[in-house]
Every structure is written in C-alpha cells, then in structure tokens.
Design a protein. Structure first.
Ligand code: FEO
Length: 172
C-alpha cells in the first residue's frame, strides 16, 4: 500500500507524462505542416513512448493498492519558430521531466517508500536517454545550420525511427 502523499505525487506524474505525449504529438503535427515527415515520425514515436511512461505509473499505482484519478491535460503549444526551436523546447522539457523524477525519488526517500524508490530508478535511467536523444537532434540541427541539404539528411534519418511496444523482457 502506498501512502497518500506518494499516491498524489504519482497521479500528478501520470498527468505530466500524458502532457509530454500531447506536446510531442503537437510537435509531430507541426512537422507535418512544414513537410518534414521524418521529424514528424520521430515525434510521433516519442508521443507513443510517453504514453507508455504514463501507463507504467498507472499500473504501479494500482499494483500498490492506490487509486488513479485522471485530471485535465493542458493544451500544448501548436507551433514553433523552426525545427531547431522545437527540438530545443523538447530538450528543455525533458530536463524538466528529469527534475520531476528526481523530486519523486527525494519524496520516496523522505516517505521511506523503498518500493517506489526502486520503481523510479527505471525512470532515472530512462531520463538520461530521453535528454540525450533530444539533445543529439539539437546538435545535428545546429551543425546543419540553414543548409537545406543538412535538414533533408536529418529528416531522412529521423524518419527511420519506429515505435515498438515493449515485450515482457523489455517492459521492466
Ligand atoms: Fe516520459 Fe520523455 O519522459
């Protein structure tokens, strides 16, 4: 059984992960609107991954006998100045999510909820990857500058990303 403080904090994180999905889906729509199909595909995969993050919290709260209470998801921005600006925002957003996860770890320690601390360690590792993958695209876009050819190459590369549902082996 999880205590009320942890339950509330985890419910908030479900909302934050769903907002992340909403944000990246909005970014995907933005890239569709400027005919960068590869960027759009990358963001679409990212949006799907965020739903998995939300569902991990959702399942965990239930597993610990807690109640999930879904709340309204804020509307994300709908346009950005440039592909670089969108990815800089994605990178900034991931750094913010890392802070949220770190706060949850701190809370689990204060509440002496070792199981939740253990559960959160998956997210601690995942955030290293999340920040890195967004930052890598930021750096590539900076290198490409205003050259259309560079943008085209990055678009082609990002378009190879595929979303795969985790198997029983990779889900934990
Ligand atoms: Fe759920 Fe991108 O962190």
């Amino acid at each position: 059984m999880m205590n009320e403080t942890i339950r509330e904090a985890f419910n908030k994180q479900i909302n934050a992960e769903l907002y992340s999905s909403y944000l990246y889906l909005s970014m995907s729509a933005y890239f569709e609107s400027i005919n960068l199909a590869g960027f759009a595909q990358w963001m679409r995969c990212q949006a799907q991954e965020e739903i998995l993050h939300a569902m991990k919290f959702y399942d965990y709260v239930h597993e610990r006998g807690g109640t999930v209470a879904l709340t309204a998801i804020d509307g994300p921005p709908t346009s950005w100045d440039s592909p670089l600006n969108a990815f800089e925002e994605a990178y900034r957003h991931e750094r913010k999510v890392t802070e949220m996860i770190n706060d949850l770890v701190d809370l689990a320690i204060v509440e002496r909820d070792h199981a939740s601390n253990n559960f959160l360690q998956w997210f601690v590792a995942e955030q290293v990857e999340e920040e890195d993958s967004a930052d890598k695209v930021v750096q590539s876009l900076k290198l490409a500058g205003h050259q259309g050819g560079g943008l085209f190459m990055i678009d082609r590369e990002l378009g190879t990303r595929v979303f795969t549902l985790p198997t029983a082996d990779t889900a934990e």
